[in-house]
Design a protein. Structure first.
Length: 766
DNA sequence: ATAGGGTTAG
């Protein structure tokens, strides 16, 4: 504490040292000028001080209230307000906006309603600033439920706090409908009508001191209040929602741009999109006011959610014409809107044009990239953000973590986790869920489970992350058991959760169980299956060898099957060498997508596998004529933060000689132990020895061989492939894992095969 | 006194 502050405190503690109002005013001015960290202390002192100088308190309290609010000391604001009210002094138009703002931040609707009562009583209900603050409060705190205004969660917080005294026998001012909702307010209502209801008023006899005065922030983040755009999107069912905002608005004799913007934002945030847009129009016609940056950044999220890029662009154009396109608020909304419309490049363009991107702009563009699958770009931007000295916040971590999860870069994820813990952010629901997902996807199920168990509440997202992690890594039984536990704990599965459990079934060849879940989803939960659910079941049937059944299932889908759904069946036709069906399926794919090169290759390989070289060659000719090229199968492994990628027959790696040496030795041992190269699947027009060589230089095997020579003995080898693992490689890797005594994890886009001691976690179900 | 960004998807 500085010497000035000490002096001030001493003066305040010795009220007799102050002799006149003017001296007091000087002191007071000094308090406001001084650093406000210890405002709390000053306030306490001031209260004592007031007792000796009864003429002073109102003056001091009035300015200190504004001071508290502008420094985020919202509870102190309310305490001071109560003191002021108690002292019988009327607050003025400077006080109410601050007090109402504090109520809004503390999510205390009931206190706010009381304050509204005071506003009316004092006769300030026509004050512009006060009205605006009132509308803001109602639009943020009122929910559609009939519980008198507070959401369940908010009630829990609220009930723990000391309340104001009961309101009995005052001349206040709310009319209450039978369901407890306030439907009208006004002055001088008949006392009798108010008495029996659940009315709140403003006889503030008790003081308002919360035990939580040290922890004033955090409500919003923890309970997803107004900082969460999803949680308040409940406009469909809330007839009463926005009623009071509207009412205040209509009663305001003077409205300015802020008033309009507040109502528009209220409508937009509560899901009344049509009304919000109508108000923008009305604002122009009725008041000749032009939309400003506030208006636009309230409206843009509507088009983001509607995925209406044309309307979004209109706004963008308007912003440019009015020189508002470099505004960070509009910029962030535009970034989000474009990203939501899957136009990440446009998001980046907007971002790059911002002269001074702030934390939210950075987080918007990072989230935009990650949500559209541009993981590397997201990570790059995250690093740039750190270099720009922008401190990562909650949102930053939960936005970037999925990038680590999908790239399975465990070391990066762990680094971020470290930062999260050091920042004390690990109890955030979003962050914890994203961590569970990251660890689970990286195969670190134990750590995922540990974080999962440590969470205060497990919602559908964290459950699903857990289930999906188990499913992808072949722990089907654990996934299914988790799903059961989730249902038992009353967490209702959604379509993503069902997808996760179906994936688990699919990975373990559990056909019966899959049907059960598929049917239960429709029957018990009324969720209609999406493309992914169909794809998952079809994939399961096909891999299980029930090819005809899979064909029938896909044919009977009630939505158009995408090429990808047919493709998994085609891949299985190849594995099971069913040419007739493969031809039928390929036909379907070509009718949907004539240039699907993957299908040409698969069909051609199916012919090869069955020894029908002519047809295979014919297809390759067609492909060549069409000029289409399949993206080559590619595998990669990360060693020391460096990615080493391989394609089949790849001799370009600097360590190729070593790799080749290892593979030759391995092949010898493998064949001695019973491995037979399945040469059937390769082209017929090359020598047998060449076939062997070709097979033994699959991209997966090159990557594994490199892993063997470049990573510590005993450590896990992690390889990723951009296509499905092939059968021959699968068998070979089982041998390799046993011979070198290492765990090998091969990921083929969607599933992880854990090879250990000659076995694979998937039970040879490829 | 008003506005923008986040977790699960074979």
């Amino acid at each position: 504490m500085s010497s000035t502050e000490t002096l001030l405190k001493t003066l305040l503690r010795n009220p007799y040292s102050i002799k006149s109002i003017s001296q007091a005013k000087q002191l007071h001015a000094q308090i406001i000028k001084t650093n406000t960290t210890h405002l709390n202390l000053y306030h306490e002192s001031l209260i004592g001080f007031n007792a000796f100088h009864p003429s002073l308190p109102s003056l001091a309290l009035k300015s200190i209230i504004r001071c508290y609010t502008s420094n985020g000391l919202f509870l102190q604001t309310l305490t001071a307000f109560v003191k002021m009210w108690d002292s019988g002094d009327y607050p003025d138009h400077n006080v109410f906006p601050s007090v109402l703002k504090s109520c809004t931040h503390l999510m205390d609707l009931r206190f706010g309603e009381s304050v509204h009562g005071c506003v009316i009583r004092v006769g300030l209900d026509s004050d512009l600033y006060t009205g605006n603050a009132l509308m803001n409060m109602y639009s943020k705190l009122e929910t559609s439920g009939g519980n008198g205004g507070l959401s369940d969660v908010a009630c829990q917080v609220f009930d723990k706090m000391p309340r104001l005294g009961n309101v009995v026998g005052n001349d206040m001012c709310f009319e209450v409908s039978s369901d407890g909702n306030m439907v009208h307010f006004g002055r001088n209502l008949d006392r009798e009508r108010v008495a029996g209801g659940s009315t709140m008023g403003c006889s503030m006899k008790t003081s308002y001191v919360s035990p939580q005065s040290n922890k004033q922030t955090g409500f919003f983040d923890r309970f997803g209040g107004m900082s969460n755009k999803v949680s308040r999107r409940n406009g469909e069912n809330g007839a009463l929602l926005m009623y009071n905002v509207r009412k205040v608005f209509e009663m305001m004799p003077k409205k300015d741009l802020v008033s309009w913007n507040t109502v528009i934002a209220g409508y937009a945030q509560n899901g009344f999109y049509k009304e919000a847009l109508n108000m923008v129009r009305e604002m122009g016609s009725a008041s000749h006011l032009q939309p400003d940056s506030f208006t636009l950044s309230s409206v843009l999220p509507i088009f983001a959610e509607y995925v209406d890029v044309m309307k979004g662009k209109e706004i963008h154009g308007y912003a440019i014409r009015h020189g508002l396109d470099t505004d960070v608020y509009i910029g962030s909304s535009l970034i989000d809107m474009y990203a939501n419309c899957t136009r990440v490049e446009d998001s980046c363009r907007v971002f790059n044009l911002l002269p001074q991107p702030d934390s939210v702009s950075w987080n918007s563009v990072i989230a935009g990239c990650v949500q559209n699958g541009a993981f590397d770009e997201g990570l790059k931007l995250f690093r740039q953000m750190l270099m720009a000295k922008i401190k990562p916040v909650n949102v930053s971590f939960s936005s970037i973590m999925p990038a680590c999860a999908h790239l399975t870069t465990l070391h990066l994820g762990k680094q971020l986790h470290g930062r999260i813990i050091r920042g004390g952010l690990d109890d955030n629901l979003f962050i914890a869920s994203s961590l569970v997902d990251m660890y689970a996807r990286c195969g670190n199920i134990k750590t995922a489970r540990w974080i999962f168990n440590d969470m205060e509440q497990n919602d559908i997202v964290s459950w699903t992350a857990m289930i999906m992690g188990c499913a992808l890594h072949g722990h089907a039984n654990e996934a299914i058991s988790l799903f059961g536990q989730m249902e038992m704990e009353g967490v209702k599965p959604n379509s993503v959760a069902f997808l996760a459990v179906l994936t688990a079934c699919s990975h373990a060849k559990m056909v019966e169980e899959a049907w059960q879940y598929f049917n239960s989803m429709v029957r018990d939960y009324g969720i209609s299956p999406g493309l992914e659910h169909y794809a998952s079941v079809a994939d399961l049937l096909a891999r299980a060898g029930k090819l005809e059944e899979a064909y029938g299932f896909i044919s009977r889908m009630h939505i158009e099957p995408a090429g990808s759904v047919w493709s998994t069946l085609l891949a299985s036709c190849r594995v099971h060498k069913n040419i007739e069906l493969a031809e039928k399926v390929a036909e379907k794919i070509f009718s949907l997508d004539p240039n699907n090169t993957g299908a040409y290759v698969l069909l051609s390989n199916t012919y090869s596998a069955a020894g029908r070289w002519k047809e295979a060659a014919k297809l390759r000719t067609i492909m060549r004529d069409k000029g289409t090229r399949k993206k080559p199968a590619c595998s990669w492994i990360e060693v020391n933060n460096e990615v080493h990628a391989f394609v089949a027959g790849d001799k370009s790696h600097p360590c190729y000689d070593k790799i080749n040496e290892v593979m030759t030795i391995l092949l010898e041992v493998m064949e001695r132990e019973g491995y037979v190269v399945d040469t059937n699947e390769v082209l017929h027009d090359i020598e047998e020895e060449q076939k062997r060589e070709l097979l033994c230089s699959h991209s997966e095997r090159l990557a594994i061989a490199f892993g063997i020579i470049s990573t510590p003995v005993g450590s896990t080898i992690r390889v990723t492939k951009n296509l499905r693992v092939c059968v021959d490689c699968h068998i070979a890797t089982k041998f390799i894992s046993k011979i070198v005594g290492r765990e090998i994890i091969v990921r083929d886009n969607s599933r992880f095969h854990h090879f250990r001691d000659g076995k694979c976690s998937c039970g040879d179900y490829w």
